[in-house]
Design a protein around this ligand. Structure first.
Ligand code: SF4
Length: 352
């Protein structure tokens, strides 16, 4: 009989949320995330779409109800709609409650309708500026109109959009109200993400990328860009009345409602521990590594048991063993730069 007993960690937390990176590639080269000339992982290291299906389906069988697909940029993975279509069967069966993704928005015009047809109802789009020149500058290969058009396409397809914005001093500080008002006008939720106050911010600030890339990046320019969310919040109160919301997502975001516009704004501060006790999530890389905690480097290799046997017994055992190693909370240390990168990357995608 299939092993379907739900995943419960040693601290009695049920694991119901899996974030899955399907690629390390991206069509942008954000300065804080990637070098312009990147060497990506060899294909053999990546899980195939069929393997991703098997892995995700195993997690769904073990009680995961929410799947968030990430990258790199998930929509640049060849054949990705095959994977979304495959996952939609779990929505149809009722086993999965939510199938969602985090994207840079560049491919949404092409895929929004298909995503909606697969049952995707909400997405996160990472967007740090509404200024064409700054956007081109920071993403190197990205162009703002393409992303805004993608966001429009998502809305036209009936998909709700949450904007994730990394708060950066001397970069988007002067866009606080522009961003909030643009989101309000277009009906998007907005979440601000705080960067680490010191150290190498190497890796994808918006959370799209694989950890393996963390060491290849890291731009000294990020030093000095720390903009605390308590300061950002105080700035918001100059124009808006903020009401604290108690929404609990099992993740690190805290929310307020702006009385004047009715919109919800989230804040993610990577250093807080206040979400650990309700943590319901784990994270899988595109090479099959399972990270049990966003702030710790311990991981379990699931690719080996996956490839060792065509049935899922070894895989299920490996998943269960990994969940038993899920720590109580994240162990944060600024000197561990790789973890710093992971934390920031992970945080920026966990608000919803
Ligand atoms: S930050 Fe995101 S959009 Fe930019 S290069 Fe990295 S993965 Fe791509």
């Amino acid at each position: 009989m299939a092993d379907t007993f739900p995943l419960i960690d040693p601290f009695a937390r049920a694991i119901t949320y899996l974030r899955v990176s399907v690629t390390d590639r991206c069509d942008f080269r954000c300065t804080y995330c990637m070098a312009e000339q990147m060497t990506f992982l060899p294909k053999a290291d990546l899980l195939s779409l069929e393997e991703l299906d098997r892995l995700c389906s195993a997690f769904v069988r073990l009680g995961v109800q929410k799947l968030r697909i990430t990258g790199g940029e998930p929509l640049v993975r060849k054949g990705i709609m095959t994977f979304f279509r495959a996952m939609s069967r779990h929505l149809d069966s009722g086993a999965l409650r939510e199938l969602t993704l985090t994207t840079n928005g560049s491919q949404l015009r092409r895929y929004a309708a298909d995503l909606a047809a697969c049952g995707v109802r909400r997405i996160n789009v990472s967007l740090d500026t509404l200024d064409d020149a700054k956007f081109a500058d920071v993403t190197r290969w990205g162009r703002l109109p393409q992303v805004l058009d993608g966001i429009t396409a998502a809305r036209e397809a009936g998909i709700s959009v949450k904007i994730n914005t990394v708060a950066l001093k001397n970069f988007n500080e002067n866009e606080l109200f522009t961003l909030a008002e643009w989101c309000s006008k277009n009906g998007h939720d907005l979440t601000f993400i705080e960067v680490m106050p010191m150290g190498n911010i190497g890796g994808n600030i918006e959370g799209n990328i694989e950890d393996d890339l963390g060491d290849t990046t890291g731009e000294p320019q990020r030093l000095g860009q720390y903009w605390s969310l308590s300061d950002l919040r105080a700035r918001l109160t100059e124009r808006f009345t903020l009401i604290d919301l108690t929404d609990q997502t099992g993740g690190p975001a805290r929310y307020v409602r702006l009385v004047e516009t009715g919109q919800r704004i989230g804040f993610i501060t990577p250093l807080t521990h206040n979400f650990c006790e309700s943590c319901n999530r784990v994270r899988l890389t595109c090479t099959g590594e399972l990270y049990m905690c966003l702030g710790q480097e311990d991981m379990a290799d699931l690719r080996t048991p996956l490839r060792q046997s065509p049935d899922d017994m070894l895989l299920t055992d490996a998943i269960r063993a990994a969940i038993l190693r899920k720590p109580k909370g994240h162990d944060f240390d600024y000197s561990r730069q790789k973890v710093t990168g992971q934390m920031t990357r992970h945080m920026s995608h966990t608000g919803g």
